[in-house]
Design a protein around this ligand. Structure first.
Ligand SMILES: N[C@@H](CCC(=O)N[C@@H](CS)C(=O)NCC(=O)O)C(=O)O
Length: 218
């Protein structure tokens, strides 16, 4: 009997992508949300980074969300493959997912956190990155191709965080005129039942953003 446990915090875009992968694959799991100020299992199972997510499969921890997505895909091969078999296509998805986390996400974070001239610079950087991401869509409905896959889950935060970021931080990311393909992608992504059914509650997300914005800017 498989025992699958996901250790998370909320809100957390890295945890959310793992939730979506588990749902897409139809894997039964238990999720435990830890308080950021009072972690216990996360310290035990991820002593190096002490962050979330951690997937605990039959008592063995796997850390880092993109690593976890690959692990899930290779362990539960039959249902809804996330990554292509072709090594080149696979390498391409890994490259862009890493770019999303290392470049795009941190640029958006800077745009959200900074003020004045610094914010304007961060905005320019963010929009330049989003132009690259827009090009990933080509003529496809999803970043991974015609079916939702690894890259869509990796960029899922862009879909579910865009409204809270705009409402709380005035950070407009997915505007129809500048990023028509990304806007269509967000709608397609949200139409998938497993994604939609575990979409983070937007009102709660907005409330959490408001709370953290107050602690950032008073
Ligand atoms: N590269 C990691 C990043 C994970 C990460 O940064 N997690 C943050 C979420 S915002 C976390 O759990 N932080 C806990 C804390 O701040 O105490 C992944 O993809 O899993």
């Amino acid at each position: 009997m498989e025992k699958v446990k996901l250790l998370g915090t909320w809100p957390n875009p890295f945890v959310q992508r793992v939730v979506w992968a588990l749902k897409l694959k139809g894997i039964e799991y238990e999720i435990i949300y830890e308080d950021r100020a009072n972690k216990s299992e996360l310290l035990k199972y991820n002593p190096i980074y002490k962050n979330a997510p951690v997937l605990v499969h039959n008592d063995i921890p796997i850390c880092d969300s993109l690593v976890i997505l690959e692990y899930i895909d290779e362990t539960w091969k039959d249902a809804s493959p996330l990554l292509p078999q072709d090594p080149l296509l696979k390498a391409n998805e890994r490259f862009w997912a890493k770019y999303g986390d290392e470049q795009v996400l941190s640029a958006v974070y800077g745009y959200y956190r900074k003020q004045g001239k610094d914010q304007e610079e961060a905005r320019e950087t963010t929009l330049a990155h989003l132009k690259c991401v827009e090009q990933l869509l080509n003529e496809n409905n999803f970043m991974s191709g015609e079916r939702v896959g690894f890259l869509d889950l990796a960029f899922g935060w862009l879909a579910d965080y865009s409204r809270p970021l705009e409402m709380v931080g005035g950070v407009k990311l997915l505007d129809e005129d500048s990023f028509p393909k990304l806007c269509a992608w967000r709608d397609n992504f949200l139409k998938i039942p497993s994604i939609n059914g575990s979409w983070p509650d937007q009102e709660n997300l907005i409330a959490r953003f408001q709370k953290s914005k107050q602690s950032l800017f008073g």
